[in-house]
Structures are given as C-alpha cells and as structure tokens.
Design a binder for this molecule. Structure first.
Ligand SMILES: [Mg+2]
Length: 99
C-alpha cells in the first residue's frame, strides 16, 4: 500500500471527523469505505447519520469519494442518496483503485 494512504488518525465514528480535525491535520479530502466505515457491515443504504455527516463535510468544501470492494450494484445503491464519486470492486488492499 502506498504510504500516503496509511492512516495516521483513528476515530470511533465518522461523526468524530470534523472540519476542525481535518483542518488541524491539513486534510483536504477523504477516501471513504462503506462497510464498517460509513455504516455497519451489509447495511444496504446510507443511513441518516452517514448522509448528514457527508452533507456537512461536503458543504465545508472537502472532496470525498467512495472506494469499495463491494459490487457495482451495492455501491450504486448505497451511493444513491450521497451522490459521491464512487468506485466498486476496488480490490483493496491493492492500490489500483486509489491511483
Ligand atoms: Mg470496510
């Protein structure tokens, strides 16, 4: 994995990722996973918590996208409310989808 993508911050929930946290760490964008990141594993659609957080961070001007190993069908359905750039079958931890 490319070192630039190594995590240097860990939080319990996406809602702990705030404008203040991103600014303090000079983070300009987020590459998001779906399962066990935006929602618990196998939740089909983005829940209110995820939608609200993404809208908040998006409105602050941060770039976001989804990179998921899930199928196209799953990612498209999940992303329906979010309308983010989203890649499916990313073959993580491989780096091709990130590049
Ligand atoms: Mg995951």
């Amino acid at each position: 994995m490319l070192k630039i993508f190594y995590p240097c911050i860990a939080v319990d929930s996406i809602v702990d990722i705030t404008k203040e946290l991103l600014d303090k760490n000079q983070i300009k964008g987020l590459i998001l996973d779906i399962d066990n990141t935006l929602v618990p594993n196998h939740v089909a659609e983005a829940d209110e918590n995820a939608v609200k957080w993404i809208e908040t961070i998006k409105a602050e001007g941060y770039k976001m996208c989804i990179v998921s190993n899930a199928s196209k069908k799953r990612v498209v359905r999940f992303n329906n409310k979010l309308q983010l750039y989203a890649g499916h079958r990313a073959m993580k931890p491989g780096t091709a989808a990130f590049k």
